[in-house]
Design a protein around this ligand. Structure first.
Ligand SMILES: [Zn+2]
Length: 299
């Protein structure tokens, strides 16, 4: 029998016997698009893949309008880590770093590190931002902590990525709804955590979602919902690049045109889309005064 490996999907599921809800994200081609944009050192590639899987994972149980991003900045060798998933399941991400990177990337040891989760619609200015407490060396533990605090539900998160796949799973203990035996519920959550702890990184990366859930939790009445498709996608547009150039101001734009023989080329770091602007384009974009023109351009 042919095995169909399901890739670039988000599955929601329930472990009905234990009163636990979950999300499982498996990325293949979408992750390879992101990973292939730069020559990422292996240690960083793994963390970027985990971050990308996490950005999708965190959209699983919320009603998203716009996008959800996970972003880390630090003054250490790993300068920036960014991953985003939109309400249409479009994923993009990147990292910026300085060589040499340490052999393991310990989030808790990064100087001046800040990690934020931003949810909402940038165009409509409706955004919520939460800061992740970076007391844990690994992304999964840091996010677990964030989730347990922000949703008041105990959460367990596992993440793994290699050059081929990025996978994440999140489990949340549902609130007691009365009628349940609290001790029984606590036991169930402990049992699920033990089962989850048996899962190795390789197994997580190599096993298709359905098979993985049944293998781990077959005695817990797994209910798997229809998968939601995910794909690589970038939200860059010529208009957004124009807005960035406009915010630089006339002097900078003219200097760039001078330096590049009359043509400015902007390449999107997420998707490698090229945008070019000649003198006529530049004159046009500088003459437009949008309502949201940045104050610092007024001279
Ligand atoms: Zn782009």
């Amino acid at each position: 029998m042919e095995t169909v490996l399901v890739e670039d999907v988000l599955h929601r599921f329930m472990l009905e016997r234990a009163g636990v809800r979950g999300v499982l994200v498996r990325l293949g081609p979408a992750w390879r698009e992101v990973a292939g944009r730069a020559h990422y050192p292996a240690v960083l590639r793994s963390v970027l893949g985990q971050t990308l899987a996490a950005s999708a994972l965190l959209t699983g149980n919320i009603k998203l309008d716009g996008a959800l991003s996970v972003e880390l900045k630090s003054s250490g060798p790993l300068r920036l880590l960014f991953a985003e998933c939109t309400d249409h399941g479009r994923l993009r991400g990147l990292a910026r770093w300085n060589d040499p990177l340490p052999e393991t990337l310990d989030l808790a040891a990064m100087p001046d590190a800040i990690m934020a989760i931003t949810i909402g619609n940038a165009e409509r200015g409706q955004r919520y931002q939460g800061l992740v407490d970076l007391q844990h060396p690994e992304l999964a533990s840091a996010l677990e902590n964030y989730f347990s605090q922000s949703e008041q539900l105990p959460a367990r998160i596992v993440l793994a990525a290699d050059g081929e796949h990025a996978v994440g799973m999140m489990l949340q203990k549902l609130p007691d709804e009365g009628g349940h035996d609290a001790v029984e519920d606590e036991d169930a959550w402990t049992r699920i955590q033990h089962l989850t702890a048996t899962l190795g990184q390789q197994e997580l990366l190599a096993t298709p979602p359905e098979q993985l859930l049944y293998r781990l939790y077959h005695e817990e009445s797994v209910r798997l919902f229809d998968p939601r498709p995910l794909a690589f996608g970038c939200s860059c547009t010529r208009e957004r690049v124009e807005a960035v150039l406009r915010s630089l101001g006339r002097d900078e734009v003219e200097a760039a045109l001078e330096a590049r023989e009359g043509e400015i080329e902007v390449i999107c770091e997420f998707c490698a889309q090229r945008y070019t602007f000649d003198r006529v384009d530049a004159e046009h974009l500088l003459s437009v005064t949008p309502a949201a023109s940045a104050p610092h351009t007024a001279q």
